[in-house]
Design a binder for this molecule. Structure first.
Ligand code: NAD
Length: 542
């Protein structure tokens, strides 16, 4: 019961630590990495706050050293999923009724714990099991997750403040109720912060959650659960199950109390989930909310007024950071003939400098791709490009999975704008470039617009304001996050709310009030102070 209109602390972005040689944070992180790398973690499921170990385990192995086992996680049978749903529903009454200030405090505390004592552990788990370098781990697992918690609390109060007008003699108010039922969060491997945010955003708004993390993120998922526990999240609010995604999902989506899906992952999986929810629609007590952020084929388009070094730098960073495994990673570029030789020169110079190896050595810009299936898929496209007449590999193209799933940053140049790697999401360190005639720049914008089913991120480069305006208009439906003279990655919570349209998602903008609204169901309350007693309106008079 709150007795005041409380202001929450002003949300500010967590400063990104530098991890420069000799810095304290670098020493602490590398020591934590070493310790965690050389011990064995046993990751249970979490149902009603209890650790559930089934003995049906799968190994956790670093992608950059896949024969080394750092632990194992326990997987569910149907009865565990049923228990997670039961527990969530049993917790709903208490969690949905508690004052918003208590829920806010849990996540504000989680943010502070992560900024301090949990930072090295969360980053190290992400480096070890998801193969991120120090910087990529820091901007994701530490900073973005902290930002999600802080900004979402502020957005929640903004939402609560949005109230209707009241005419004389009445009082209208809306309350933002959690959904009636439970929310199902399915999360991807590639961002620890997204994994935390999908269950947390729903929980902050008073919902109870069944969370299925990616198998390839189980290590940092355990650290997230430890963090939530220490921050005071009550038992049963977020229940974690691992294992067969089809069995888990079939069980969850068969529940009449399923009330929302918070998904991030690939497009095909999401489309099938949507279909399955549609097929089950007569089962549910309420129309489920469906929020999904999915695949991308993100572009960089340059005009001949662009600075070639800036374009090359955007490609190097935008395409190859985290081995191209960001949904926002650039993977196709359109460069005009007149600047191509300069762009190419800078690009080759930059990529030649990128070191590849374990994240334990912070000088490695490139680490391993997530797993063997991904490695094999990416490699099959690279091999095809080596022999296809429409394509030429101009740098990279080598790979080796004997120790870790390492693929060199690879640039393909294709003379066909519809070449396979110009259109298909590979989710790896592969950039394909189409060089167009300068005079055909308007046509090249059409190619950007029409070559893929996706619309997640995109960037244009030009120093000519007329061109910037024309390209921005021509590409208005090609990207939910659109960048001018910058790489298309690196969205910051509170500054660039993130999400795409078309086959890239429902564009509910993670880390924004728009997303949080989806986890509420508004109740309007109208109270009349002097209640009428005569049914006759004036127009009925004689
Ligand atoms: P994925 O689709 O393979 O897996 C995502 C989640 O879905 C995992 O938890 C997985 O176990 C689960 N899953 C897989 N098959 C399922 C099924 N049949 N039923 C139910 N759940 C199932 O994706 P990933 O490899 O973990 O992540 C990479 C993908 O995610 C890429 O396509 C990337 O573009 C996308 N992504 C998008 C965004 C965004 O904001 N748009 C952010 C991150 C990742």
């Amino acid at each position: 019961m709150s007795r005041g209109f409380f202001n929450v602390p002003k949300a500010v972005n967590e400063p990104v630590k530098g991890y420069a040689p000799g810095s304290l944070e670098r020493e602490e992180l590398l020591a934590t990495y070493k310790e965690m790398y050389n011990s064995n973690i046993d990751v249970p499921m979490h149902i009603n706050g209890e650790e559930v170990r089934t003995g049906n385990t799968k190994n956790i192995t670093p992608p950059h050293d896949h024969k080394h086992v750092v632990g194992q996680y326990h997987t569910a049978s149907k009865s565990h999923v049923d228990a997670a749903i039961y527990t969530a529903l049993a917790t709903r009454e208490a969690w949905s009724s508690v004052s918003w200030t208590e829920r806010a405090a849990v996540f504000l505390k989680a943010a502070e714990l992560l900024a301090g004592p949990y930072r090295a552990k969360m980053n190290a788990a992400t480096m070890i099991a998801q193969s991120k370098n120090v910087h990529q781990a820091e901007i994701d697992a530490a900073c973005e997750m902290i930002d999600f918690f802080r900004f979402n609390v502020a957005y929640m109060t903004d939402i609560f403040k949005d109230q209707p007008a009241s005419a004389s003699g009445i009082w209208n108010r809306v309350e933002y109720r959690p959904l009636e039922g439970f929310v199902y969060a399915i999360t991807p491997f590639n961002f620890t912060s997204i994994a935390a945010n999908l269950p947390a955003a729903a929980a902050l708004m008073g919902n109870v959650v069944v969370w299925k993390p990616s198998d390839h993120q189980a290590y940092s998922a355990q650290v997230i659960i430890d963090l939530f526990k220490e921050a005071g999240l009550p038992d049963g609010v977020i229940n974690v199950v691992y294992g067969d995604p089809v069995m888990i999902t079939d069980t969850v989506l068969a529940s009449p109390d399923f009330s929302g899906l918070h998904f991030t992952g690939s497009t095909q999986v999401f489309k099938n989930l949507w279909k399955q929810i549609g097929n089950n629609i007569h089962t549910y007590k309420t129309y489920p909310r469906i929020v999904g952020e999915t695949g991308g084929k993100d572009f960089i388009w340059a005009h001949n007024s662009a600075n070639p070094l800036q374009v090359a730098t955007a490609i190097t960073r935008g395409a190859f950071e985290y081995q191209g495994q960001k949904c926002s990673a650039a993977s196709r570029a359109y460069i005009p003939t007149s600047i191509w030789s300069d762009v190419k020169k800078h690009l080759i110079a930059q990529i030649s400098e990128l070191k590849m190896g374990s994240p334990e050595d912070p000088s490695n810009f490139i680490n391993a791709v997530i797993h063997e299936a991904s490695f094999d898929k990416i490699v099959s496209y690279i091999d095809a490009a080596k022999t296809d007449k429409d394509a030429e590999v101009i740098i990279g193209g080598n790979y080796d999975k004997s120790v870790g799933y390492f693929i060199e940053p690879t640039v393909i140049v294709s003379n066909s704008p519809k070449y396979a790697t110009m259109c298909t999401e590979l989710f790896g360190p592969v950039m394909t470039i189409y060089v167009y005639e300068d005079t055909a720049w308007e046509h090249s914008l059409k190619l950007v617009d029409e070559s893929t089913e996706y619309a997640l991120t995109g960037a244009i480069f030009s120093t000519d304001r007329y061109i910037v305006e024309k390209a921005s208009k021509a590409l208005e439906n090609t990207a939910g996050n659109f960048y001018i003279n910058d790489k298309p990655t690196g969205a910051v919570v509170g500054q660039q709310p993130f999400g795409g349209a078309r086959a890239s998602g429902t564009n509910d903008k993670a880390g924004s009030a728009q997303n949080l609204l989806r986890w509420t169901s508004v109740r309007l309350i109208k109270e009349t102070f002097v209640t009428p007693q005569n049914y006759k309106y004036p127009f009925l008079g004689k």
